[in-house]
Design a protein around this ligand. Structure first.
Ligand SMILES: [Zn+2]
Length: 191
């Protein structure tokens, strides 16, 4: 099936993202209502920006012996739908129509297993660090596009859907700024 010319998405792939297929995904449950965006932060090793380690992690090609930190995550098979670099460059690893592996044990808006019916967006960053203007710009345009394509009604951080276990994107992320850029009330997002 071919998407119409100018379509934002083709089989769940966003036209303005660089595509790099991850093997880490599966089908969503039948009838899944994709109504949640989950914002994350990641950098490998933590706090070091600009390399290709995150892309390698999500495609199972990371050299686990390249850094001591990687020993602790050796063999990890994870993915997110999207990854936004510090310069705002956008990558996509899994079709939004498929289930990526970013949330783990999680619960939000009264439902568990958030991987089933959410879209995961990783920002290159570190919990506690601020994020770049270019990242907010890309996140806003991506979120607006996703809102057009999917019945998105909720946006939350990994820290909110897995409290006590996860802390990303952390206090350096400006939720009111994201809300303003999407025309949402601050109360539509976690604070
Ligand atoms: Zn996360």
């Amino acid at each position: 099936m071919t998407a119409p010319a100018g379509a934002l998405f083709n089989a769940g792939w966003y036209r303005f993202a660089r595509r790099l297929d991850s093997p880490n995904f599966g089908p969503r449950p039948a009838g899944a209502c994709i109504d949640l965006l989950v914002v994350h932060s990641i950098s490998l090793p933590p706090g070091r920006y600009g390399g290709d380690e995150v892309q390698r992690l999500f495609t199972n090609t990371l050299n686990w012996d390249a850094h001591p930190y990687f020993q602790g995550i050796r063999g990890l098979e994870v993915s997110s739908h999207f990854y936004i670099r510090r310069d705002g460059t956008l990558w996509q690893f899994v079709s939004c129509d498929a289930r990526a592996w970013h949330a783990g044990a999680s619960q939000w808006r009264g439902r568990g297993n958030c991987n089933d019916d959410s879209i995961g967006i990783e920002l290159e960053g570190l919990e506690g660090d601020a994020f770049e203007d270019a990242q907010y710009d890309t996140l806003a345009s991506l979120s607006a596009a996703l809102q057009q394509q999917y019945p998105v009604r909720h946006i939350a951080g990994h820290e909110h859907i897995a409290p006590g276990r996860k802390r990303d994107p952390g206090p350096g992320f400006d939720w009111p700024r994201l809300a303003r850029s999407l025309g949402l009330a601050d109360t539509a997002l976690p604070s």
